[in-house]
Design a protein around this ligand. Structure first.
Ligand SMILES: Nc1ncnc2c1ncn2[C@@H]1O[C@H](COP(=O)(O)OP(=O)(O)OP(=O)(O)O)[C@@H](O)[C@H]1O
Ligand SMILES: [Mg+2]
Length: 293
């Protein structure tokens, strides 16, 4: 497994509302869902004017205050921001786990905002992959069965060959018959990555995937996510508090108080850390593009 070395790109920051250029190579291996009119071509996930409020009246909490962005297929995006800035709410709305109060979410070009709970469940099972801080593997199933679980849940025939291929991709060839309890934390997270990729989902959402891992193991897991994007054509959106983890992404989006508060292209960990400090102290570093409100 190859880990990415530090980034040297100093590409200028992109336009106000984060929107990657469409991929000229067209769709990746996962790009089986064509775009529909009105959606950004090549976008795996797109949020338009997404607001999410909790409660009413004086106690209303504005968790998201109008998020506009389009993330292309085959990209790796990190989402950062102070505690309470709306990262988890963003991830949940983008992944169809929660509904925006207003605004729309498109997945692979299709508007998912108005879907019924049943349809959303189906969609999450077949077109979205999840990776959690706590791995969330089923202890009673073998590694291979865990990897094939999303296929079973989606009603597809479990594909042992694909599971074995993915396990080999994450460096776990020959581990298929073990139980999760017989693996290290890093190995368990690799199984979770294989599981997240097994249905060739439109997007993989990762919530603090390295939060429970030591530094070296975290780097290995991040290298695998990078590999999934670069070699397997996956699209990854990852919430993290760690500037080193975020530096593995193509782009880092910052949230502050429910709004996009800038983004960095292929930044170094130090730049990311500087921006996080600036967000919490109210200063503004040089190389950050402010997102449109
Ligand atoms: N179910 C809820 N009911 C009321 N308020 C909520 C609910 N969930 C989140 N919030 C509020 O919405 C805001 C954004 O929360 P969110 O969990 O998205 O933040 P976060 O950036 O993920 O924070 P952290 O880094 O601590 O995980 C916070 O002010 C939070 O208190
Ligand atoms: Mg959170």
């Amino acid at each position: 497994m190859r880990l990415r070395s530090k980034h040297s790109s100093t590409a200028p920051t992109a336009p106000a509302a984060p929107q990657y250029p469409p991929r000229t190579s067209g769709d990746t291996a996962h790009g089986r869902h064509g775009s529909v009119a009105g959606a950004v071509a090549g976008a795996a996930v797109e949020l338009r004017s997404v607001r999410r409020t909790y409660g009413r009246g004086d106690s209303t909490v504005h968790a998201l205050r109008g998020i506009d962005l389009a993330l292309p297929r085959g990209s790796f995006t990190a989402v950062m921001g102070p505690s309470g800035s709306g990262k988890s709410t963003f991830l949940q709305c983008a992944a169809g786990l929660d509904k925006p109060t207003t605004g729309t979410v498109h997945l692979g070009g299709a508007d998912i905002t108005g879907l019924s709970e049943n349809k959303l469940t189906q969609l999450r099972r077949s077109r979205i992959g999840f990776i959690f801080q706590s791995f969330n593997l089923l202890p009673s199933l073998t590694v291979q069965q865990n990897v094939m679980l999303p296929q079973r849940l989606a009603g597809a025939r479990p594909d042992r060959r694909r599971a074995a291929e993915l396990l080999a991709q994450v460096g776990l060839e020959g581990y298929g018959k073990r139980r999760p309890g017989q693996l290290s934390g890093g190995q368990q997270q690799r199984v979770a990555i294989a599981r997240a990729l097994v249905t060739a989902p439109e997007v993989v959402f990762a919530d603090e995937p390295t939060g429970a891992l030591d530094t070296n193991t975290a780097r290995e897991v991040l290298g695998l996510l990078r590999h999934a994007v670069d070699r397997l054509g996956a699209t990854v959106v990852m919430v993290t508090h760690d500037p080193v983890a975020a530096s593995f992404a193509d782009r880092v989006l910052f949230l502050a108080d429910g709004s996009l508060a800038g983004h960095l292209e292929r930044p170094e960990p130090t730049e990311i850390a500087d921006h996080m400090v600036a967000l919490t102290t109210g200063t503004r570093p040089e190389r950050v593009a402010r997102a449109a409100a």
